[in-house]
Write a protein that binds this ligand. Structure first.
Ligand code: MN
Length: 277
């Protein structure tokens, strides 16, 4: 994935970390000096409670006000269109639950996992991709799994919602169209092959169109919330179809085929083309 495509320009982590560190150091110095004065831990605790109440948390407000925890965490990007904008292909209620609950759930669990990891990972897509492409380096299996599921969940859903649009181009154009025609013979054949992968994916996951390191296109199945960046093979994620039941079951029930057929109507080909460049 081109790093600049998903750059988060609002991140000012270095300054915040620096300020946060100073606050913690101040608190630690107070604690150490009280211990040196011969006060028990209990007395120190009582003093701490009094200090916080008496100062009205002004210490935090005046010295640490710039530390908004959310500024160091991944946040759910607003849906770039109305909840009902993709109807009839995707209904309003599914969009609300999918974006506001499922996507948000992956995001908060990703933040929790990153806090456990404790490496001050900037909340940018490129930093997350770099982390996910080297998951094997994380020795704690449960933490590795949490990062895989929720980091993948974050990337998959960010790109999924961005790759849809209410009034999209009906067909791929430009360089993407040329590549599809050259490698799949026709748009129809490409859609058929992609649809076969999406339909036959067992259980929950994503079908992804990727550009491989060689430059060739490929259609791959990914289980659960795995994402092409986890392959660490230089492939670029272009277009992903979410075939978890939460993406379609309210409207389509067991008819995944019908969901995929309608999903083509709302693919934002301009965005997919942008990812290819
Ligand atoms: Mn989903």
């Amino acid at each position: 994935m081109k790093p600049t495509a998903f750059a988060n320009s609002s991140f000012t982590g270095q300054a915040l970390f620096s300020k946060s560190s100073k606050c913690l150091q101040s608190a630690r110095r107070i604690s150490i000096s009280m211990t040196a004065a011969g006060l028990s831990r209990r007395q120190i605790l009582h003093f701490g409670l009094w200090f916080a109440a008496a100062s009205g948390l002004s210490f935090a407000k005046e010295n640490c006000h710039a530390i908004a925890p959310t500024e160091l965490q991944f946040t759910v990007p607003p849906l770039p269109y109305a909840y009902n904008a993709l109807e009839p292909a995707i209904d309003r209620k599914t969009m609300m639950l999918h974006h506001d609950k499922h996507f948000a759930g992956y995001t908060s669990k990703l933040n929790a996992a990153l806090a456990t990891l404790g490496k001050n990972t900037p909340p940018t897509v490129e930093a997350l991709m770099a982390l996910l492409s080297n998951l094997s380096k994380i020795s704690d299996i449960s933490l590795r799994t949490a990062l895989r599921n929720n980091g993948g969940g974050y990337l998959n859903h960010k790109q999924f919602f961005e790759s849809l649009a209410p009034m999209p181009n009906a067909e791929p154009s430009g360089k993407l169209r040329d590549k599809i025609l050259s490698e799949f013979g026709s748009i129809e054949n490409f859609k058929k092959e992609f649809g076969n992968q999406a339909t036959s994916l067992f259980g929950s996951g994503f079908a992804w169109l990727v550009k491989e390191k060689s430059g060739n296109l490929a259609i791959r199945q990914y289980a659960n919330q795995d994402h092409p960046s986890m392959d660490n093979d230089g492939s670029v994620a272009l277009l992903g179809c979410d075939v978890w039941e939460h993406a379609y079951y309210l409207r389509y029930n067991n008819r995944r085929n019908d969901y995929i057929a309608a999903w083509w109507d709302v693919v934002n080909w301009a965005e997919v083309n942008r990812r290819l460049v």
